[in-house]
Design a protein around this ligand. Structure first.
Ligand SMILES: [Mn+2]
Length: 630
């Protein structure tokens, strides 16, 4: 198995070197007869080779060993003593993947059915030109000389090392720059490739050279390395208006377009960085945006670019690659925001405002210079973002965002409280009650939009949720919005009236801020209409100063359970021209570090300087995503 471990073992061939990156180069022999010199065989005519010989992998797999750990994709459960247990926990702490187990999983393990993980054992020799491993300036000792010695015994494997930490984008490009074949396949190090994974990708690129093709990503458990697979049909990628990647079922119009279950599935976006592309087309498209740091956001940028500039992004249902989704991001994602802003600034035209409304802090992010990327877009004559939405992602709801009709929904009587919705599960957005919480000005979970059709939409997520009034419980919950072309359900219809009251049409009651609800949390509730200020509301756009925050800092802080959360708070306090003094209180990270060491009382406001966001970012980097306790 291919995940970085702490131990020096030869099986760590496809290991993560600081960032998750491996570049694979695959020679596509049909488009060029120029086989790599290390290949033993002459490139023969296909008729001269029987089928078995064509399928022959670079290395034959050893016989099935049912005693090998993880064999057939089984979960690995180890009985560890104190010292071993400690090492296992350290490995999880460091990588957010149980690399202690990974190191013990059979490198040659078969997956359920006939799959087999090792790339050299699953890729036909005749198709694979070389495997390029990229060391993104890792400090792991086992990736130094031991790795070099190990791969010196392997055919077709090369190693290139960065001389400083480059991050995913530039490290991948470093790998790509030394490749010599016709097709590039990028894989993370924590992947297991299955028999037959490669041929469909190459076949599709042969058929359509402007296609960028992703395998189906199967899930491998980060802790036990159990192969969990991918239930049912493959899913396609989308995004929500926070520019967060989302999974979706294949829409009916795409099912209709396909003729067979083995046809590729068009996907608006790609999940991460597992894809194959013709090298010349990758170069034509402008490879990656080298202004992007670490990781995050580059997958959406590349997805937009592929589609807008004339290519297609597809998932091949016949190609399966297992991927270990880490417990949580092992590296700071503080650069992901700037990366997303770069994507928005270059590709999204006026739709970038829809993003900024929902993530007002993104406006303040220093994202660097995108002149070159805009020039590239010009040079390639790429289509605009509206075309992309209309033609590639017609299922996404594009918010109207009319002035004064979006942002925080703030109460006049219970001053400084806003509508708030926090789904406990990112994948199950609907079904819970809308509450009232101190307005935080960060968009996100306090962002709502009032639509022309009278819905109050919670549309930072995709699919969007709509507020539903329940006459019996009196409380408001979130349900899925109607489908395109369907009428608004009566219980989701509200009238935002001149005087600031919100009338629920079906019940003919008004939305009132209630302090003590049945579960003790302040929440909006349907009550007989009156002139009470608790029934008066207004939308406050994320970009407007939110003056009422000043009295609520302690509460905001209680809520900020993660350092990253706190960072957002700090930004917005800065935007309010308040001090960020509260950072220095009570926040202790689980790794023993505290946030307060990096607090400051800078009173400069963001109107005068862009320095503050950067300062705050460095403040939080100290905690690096660790969970804080209050
Ligand atoms: Mn990965």
């Amino acid at each position: 198995m291919a995940v970085c471990g702490r131990r020096s073992r030869p099986k760590l061939l496809f290991c993560l070197f600081g960032v998750t990156l491996v570049g694979y180069l695959i020679l596509f022999r049909h488009s060029s007869g120029d086989l790599d010199g290390t290949n033993r065989r002459e490139a023969p005519g296909e008729q001269e080779l029987d089928n078995e010989e064509l399928k022959k992998p670079v290395y034959e797999k050893p016989p099935l060993d049912l005693n090998a750990l993880g064999e057939l994709g089984r979960a690995v459960k180890l009985n560890l003593n104190g010292e071993e247990k400690k090492r296992e926990e350290e490995s999880i702490q460091k990588h957010q993947i149980n690399t202690y187990v990974s190191d013990r999983v059979s490198l040659h393990r078969r997956m359920p059915e006939i799959w087999n993980p090792l790339v050299l054992e699953t890729s036909p020799d005749i198709l694979l030109n070389e495997v390029v491993l990229v060391d993104d300036y890792s400090d792991a000792a086992h990736l130094k000389e031991p790795l070099e010695i190990y791969i010196s015994n392997l055919r077709k494997v090369r190693l290139i090392r960065a001389t400083k930490r480059e991050g995913l984008v530039r490290a991948r490009l470093l790998g790509a720059s030394i490749t010599t074949g016709d097709v590039l396949t990028f894989l993370d190090c924590h992947c297991e490739c299955h028999n037959g994974w490669l041929e469909p990708l190459l076949h599709r690129i042969k058929e359509e050279p402007t296609a960028v093709v992703c395998p189906v990503i199967d899930v491998i458990d980060w802790n036990t390395f159990q192969y969990l697979g991918n239930s049912g049909e493959p899913q396609i990628g989308g995004f929500d208006w926070r520019l967060v990647f989302t999974w979706h079922t294949v829409p009916p119009y795409e099912q209709k377009r396909r003729h067979s279950p083995t046809d590729v599935i068009r996907s608006p976006t790609m999940a991460g960085g597992l894809f194959a592309v013709k090298k010349s087309y990758f170069l034509y498209l402008g490879t990656y945006d080298t202004g992007m740091e670490v990781w995050g956001g580059e997958n959406l940028e590349f997805s937009f670019r592929i589609w807008q500039c004339g290519g297609s992004l597809e998932i091949h249902p016949c190609s399966h690659v297992g991927h270990v989704f880490p417990k949580k991001a092992p590296y700071s994602r503080s650069k992901a925001l700037a990366n997303s802003v770069r994507a928005a600034e270059v590709w999204m035209d006026e739709y970038k405002e829809v993003y900024y409304h929902r993530s007002p802090h993104a406006r303040l992010e220093a994202f660097g210079d995108v002149t070159e990327r805009r020039k590239l877009r010009e040079k390639l004559g790429c289509k605009n973002f509206k075309w992309y939405l209309d033609n590639v992602y017609p299922d996404i709801h594009v918010p109207e965002d009319k002035p004064g009709m979006f942002g925080m929904l703030k109460n006049r009587g219970k001053t400084s409280y806003c509508f708030d919705y926090n789904p406990t599960d990112e994948h199950m957005v609907v079904g819970q009650r809308v509450t009232l919480y101190p307005c935080h000005g960060m968009g996100q979970n306090q962002f709502f939009e009032y639509s022309t059709d009278g819905e109050i939409r919670y549309n930072t997520r995709e699919p969007a949720g709509c507020i539903m009034g329940d006459n019996i419980s009196t409380y408001l919950t979130l349900q899925l919005c109607r489908k395109r072309g369907q009428p608004v359900p009566a219980d989701q219809k509200f009238v935002l009236q001149e005087d600031g009251s919100i009338l629920h049409e079906m019940s003919q009651k008004c939305v009132q801020a209630v302090d003590k609800t049945d579960n003790g949390t302040p929440a909006p509730s349907l009550q007989p209409c009156s002139n009470s200020p608790y029934q008066k509301w207004r939308f406050v756009g994320g970009h407007e100063p939110v003056k009422w925050l000043d009295v609520q800092l302690p509460t905001v802080m209680d809520r900020a359970v993660a350092c990253n959360h706190l960072l957002f708070g700090a930004w917005n306090i800065g935007a309010l021209r308040e001090t960020s003094w509260f950072l220095s209180h009570r926040m202790t990270c689980s790794d023993g570090k505290t946030c307060q060491k990096s607090s400051h009382s800078d009173k400069r406001c963001l109107d005068n300087t862009r320095l503050l966001p950067r300062r705050m970012r460095s403040a939080v980097d100290g905690c690096d995503g660790a969970v804080c306790s209050t």
